[in-house]
Design a protein. Structure first.
Length: 321
């Protein structure tokens, strides 16, 4: 007997080939009992597929009108993982790969069952992507709950492990108006208005546990500066401003802005010469950010440690070839 996931996929495929399937015939095609068939039908319904049933000797099953969707059977974690992965690819890579990722992302979201589609679209609309982001280090359920609260403008309560302050490591309860999800480097952050501290705060999602909506809606406030990603990045880099450097990039301004995302600031544009100031906490990310520009770069102002790191990577790469 096939496993549950593959059997459910085949069941959905069969339901799309006929308007009506007698229960006995459908169970026979799947090589399962009537009881197992009923459980599989319920699983499809739980995933959001509209399957109608009729009882009696001539009873059976059929997909409701308008329910002939492509057979994409995934659970919530899998749906969120696909949206995150394709969204990251679309924002990280350029050219045809980025366009293909965005096209695939749109198609995947469209063929998800209604309930999962709403969750996935909540995540897409609530997230600000930035370059160089990697796979999230948080649970899919946390991402989905937070994203849905942002979409619905619903206040959240959650546990949060403090890093600094008077009691580092303490598990605190927070009451927040969630505004935006932001990816920076390898981390996900929630930008929200802390109702207990009466100020804006960013929360690392890998330290956030048990988010629960309070059913209390709020009117979204305006983020200071109007840019959620820039506000979060500024807060992170504000804890360590030891690595700041300025470069001149020979490339069209549009190309440069697309590559630097929220990681840099365009200071000056003169034709195809774009002056950009970067801030970073990690030398490796700084070097990668320069390489990621994929254009001729001149270091205008840079600390000696960055110049040394670039020279070290140059020698490593030269040794490889």
């Amino acid at each position: 007997m096939a496993n549950t996931s593959s059997r459910t996929l085949r069941l959905l495929s069969l339901l799309q080939t006929h308007r009506f399937w007698p229960g006995g015939e459908l169970a026979e095609r799947l090589e399962v009992s009537d009881r197992t068939l009923r459980r599989d039908i319920e699983r499809l319904r739980d995933l959001g597929y509209p399957v109608h049933s009729s009882r009696g000797l001539e009873g059976g099953y059929q997909l409701a009108p308008g329910g002939s969707m492509p057979p994409l059977v995934v659970d919530e974690d899998e749906a969120i993982a696909m949206v995150v992965a394709l969204g990251t690819a679309a924002s990280t890579y350029g050219g045809t790969l980025s366009e293909a990722s965005l096209s695939a992302l749109t198609k995947v979201v469209q063929v998800l069952p209604a309930r999962l589609r709403r969750r996935a679209e909540s995540l897409r609309s609530a997230t600000v992507d930035s370059p160089f982001s990697r796979a999230p280090e948080v649970e899919a359920g946390v991402l989905a709950t937070v994203a849905q609260a942002i979409r619905d403008s619903e206040r959240l309560r959650f546990g949060y492990t403090a890093r600094g302050g008077s009691k580092p490591g303490e598990d605190l309860r927070r009451h927040v108006e969630p505004h935006q999800l932001v990816t920076v480097g390898r981390r996900w952050y929630l930008l929200g208005y802390d109702l207990d501290r009466h100020d804006w705060r960013s929360f690392r999602l890998d330290r956030l546990r048990g988010p629960v909506g309070t059913k209390a809606v709020f009117r979204p406030r305006e983020v200071p500066g109007g840019d959620a990603a820039a506000y979060v990045r500024e807060g992170i880099s504000g804890r360590d401003r030891g690595l700041r450097f300025t470069v001149a990039v020979t490339a069209p301004e549009e190309h440069v802005r697309r590559r630097i995302g929220v990681w840099g600031r365009v200071d000056e544009v003169a034709g195809d010469r774009v002056v950009v100031t970067f801030e970073a906490q990690d030398l490796r990310w700084a070097v990668f950010g320069i390489v990621y520009l994929e254009a001729p770069v001149e270091l205008l102002e840079a600390p000696d440690e960055l110049r040394a790191a670039i020279a070290e990577w140059r020698d490593r790469l030269a040794a490889m070839v």
